[in-house]
Design a binder for this molecule. Sequence first.
Ligand SMILES: *Cc1c(COP(=O)(O)O)cnc(C)c1O
Length: 369
Amino acid sequence: MDLGAQRHRIEHEINDAIAKVLEHGKFIMGPEIAMLEDELCSFVGSRNCISCSSGTDAILMALLCYDVKPGDAIITTPFTFFATAEVISLLGATPVFVDIDESTFNINTDEIEATAAKVRREGKLNLRGLITVDLFGLPCDYDLILPIAEELDLFVIQDSAQAFGASYKGGRTPTQGHIGTTSFFPAKPLGCYGDGGAVFTDDDAIAEKLRSIRVHGKGADKYDNVRIGLNARLDTLQAAILLEKLKIYGEEIEARQRIATAYCAGLADSGVQIPIVPDGSSSVWAQFTIQTNFREKLQAALKAQGVPTAVYYTTPLHLLEAFADLGYRKGDFPVAEAMAQTVCSLPLHPYLEDGQIDAICKTVHEVNC
Ligand SMILES: *Cc1c(COP(=O)(O)O)cnc(C)c1O
């Protein structure tokens, strides 16, 4: 990710937007917050948007909204950023992992029912919901997931921290789950200049509860507290910055797609596995993640040319020390564990140039032959 080119493109607009906030001085819940929430709703086609302090707090707010507590179990993927499962444990509930699909890196929908049945058969935990993750910018298969969730009486929180504005069967993420969340961390596809996030839902009652949770469980006002909540507001300054960035985000998604297509063409028959996008979906390419058995060699060769690469994720969540108490072992989720050994993300941002893509593809070919 290189934020410099984007900053250069809209530098004046962003500086003006910041200056306006400094002028009016409404740093907390200023007018830009509601403006941004309206624009974000229109962009993805959601009835409600509740902006918040981060992608992590967005998921936490969603779990609080469903009153998740100790003794509850939530199914999710072991191949994601730590935060997805961290917030489940933070509330004293238990993350239950389901392995991923090897072609999309997303949760394997075929294994959800068996895992749910096992949790319910054991009878120790109350299985309540599912957190899906639209990893690397690609939506999960919600036409399969939603009926399974309904059958099992589970809520679906869609963690779209990496996939804001991707498409799934004519709709935009994160509007597929009962509650959708996203992150505006600077390196995400739509990022601000600090921490930020948002929660989306078409259910007005849920939206009202989320607005309360965002500000200390407020009722009629913030000194009339009706539940335990958080201080999880987005800063007005970040909203002002996001309003400017959102204006060019549609174009940036197209540019990301163009670059991903160029990578796919350039890497065909290079021996690496390129990302697969199922029919009916499109990715916003938070990461362009290939799989290779020569990862270290490839990373070294690219680094020698000044090209950064990254590995998301070196350790699946079930093998992290923080989750040792859950009792999982190596071998429990073979697909996630295998991916952790072979995945490598190449540079991708809307301002990457053709020459840079060609040079990267050339190096991949050289390393692999
Ligand atoms: C980045 C990320 C988060 C957390 O977002 P923050 O804004 O950094 O708190 C959660 N889930 C996934 C999948 C992410 O990639």
